[in-house]
Design a protein around this ligand. Structure first.
Ligand code: HEM
Length: 311
């Protein structure tokens, strides 16, 4: 166990923070105003600001963000765990934004835009998977020093992660229900549960492009997890067998497959990191722990893009 204890450093006095979640009022700038400022400062960065804030802080409420890290134990590793937990929530937010927008572009038949957006989603996912590099520096002993402070808190209750899973089509009424008691969060989760996913939009696109898709894949209960559909597999097979008329759909299929692969890497790294840290102990969120995480590594969002490879 780390025998050393963390030093607590105050970087923000919480009394001075505007804790409103709204965007703070601030002025905009232009090429002209930047040129004037640079002439006035002789090319040096500005250092004089009015009031008790500055534009960098106001643009993204940075002082509020940096006053939200509160280790609850004396365990050295808890600050690292909290910072990385928050970083991952922000990455889930970023990925979700890309997925929702890629879906929107696909619904408009704008495949070029969708591909550009999906590329960023994949790069985000690489970054997310790499976040386990930092977390895996937490030893089993180090984790034990603060694990009790988590109570029953578990990443499994991350509503932002649930949004990402739902946007990709891995629906679960049961896991959605964990957010029913949160009036500020539940409407969004309920709506995502009952809405078509990115892949549902892709299937509708295949149909619009003249590929024969069964009605059961085009109109279904969106809250149900997506199940492999033979007509969708046959459609992808046509695209893969004869790329020429479907070059853009082929590219889309490969990009989605990359996304599914990277998500799998993320899940797998979570599972292995957790096995290293807590072995076979039950999770804080009520699951069997590592066995449950191992089982979810088998999940695939776009099953036909995998099965078509066998045919
Ligand atoms: C490094 C220490 C960590 C350990 C030991 C750990 C352990 C676990 C365990 C055992 C589960 C299964 C559910 C349960 O709690 O019973 C789980 C699920 C989950 N954890 Fe972690 N976790 C860690 C870090 C994180 C971090 C930093 C995040 C980021 C927010 C995170 C996000 C999640 C998510 C989203 C799930 C649900 C997975 C799914 O629904 O497929 N975990 N974790």
């Amino acid at each position: 166990m780390p025998a050393y204890r963390p030093l607590k450093v105050t970087v923000v006095d919480p009394n001075g923070v505007d804790s409103s979640p709204n965007a703070r009022p601030m002025s905009t700038a232009s090429d002209e105003s930047r040129a004037t400022t640079a002439a006035e400062t002789g090319g040096q960065p500005s250092i004089d600001f009015e009031g008790t804030s500055n534009p960098y802080i106001d643009y993204q409420s940075i002082d509020l963000l940096l006053s939200l890290q509160h280790p609850r134990s004396t365990g050295y590793d808890e600050m690292c765990f909290i910072v990385m937990g928050q970083v991952k929530e922000l990455l889930f937010r970023g990925i979700h934004h890309e997925l929702v927008n890629a879906k929107h572009q696909i619904d408009q038949d704008q495949l070029e835009a969708a591909m550009e957006i999906l590329h960023r989603a994949v790069v985000f996912l690489d970054y997310l998977a790499d976040s386990w590099n930092v977390l895996s520096t937490i030893s089993s002993d180090g984790f034990n020093q603060f694990r009790d402070s988590l109570g029953t808190a578990s990443g499994q209750l991350s509503f932002m992660y649930r949004h990402v899973e739902f946007a990709l089509g891995n629906k679960s009424r049961r896991l959605a229900d964990a957010h029913r008691n949160l009036p500020h969060i539940w409407p969004g989760i309920e709506n995502a549960l009952n809405s078509p996913s990115l892949y549902d939009s892709v299937i509708a696109l295949l149909s619009r492009r003249g590929l024969p898709i069964a009605n059961s894949a085009l109109d279904r209960d969106w809250a149900e997890p997506y199940q492999l559909n033979q007509s969708v597999q046959d459609a992808w097979r046509m695209v893969y067998q004869d790329r020429q008329p479907y070059e853009d759909l082929y590219g889309l299929g490969e990009q989605l497959l990359l996304l599914d692969t990277q998500f799998s890497v993320y899940r797998w790294r979570h599972y292995v990191t957790v096995e290293r840290i807590i072995g076979n102990k039950p999770g804080t969120g009520g699951s069997s722990g590592v066995a449950w995480l191992e089982a979810v590594t088998k999940l695939r969002f776009f099953p036909e893009l995998w099965s078509v490879r066998s045919s």
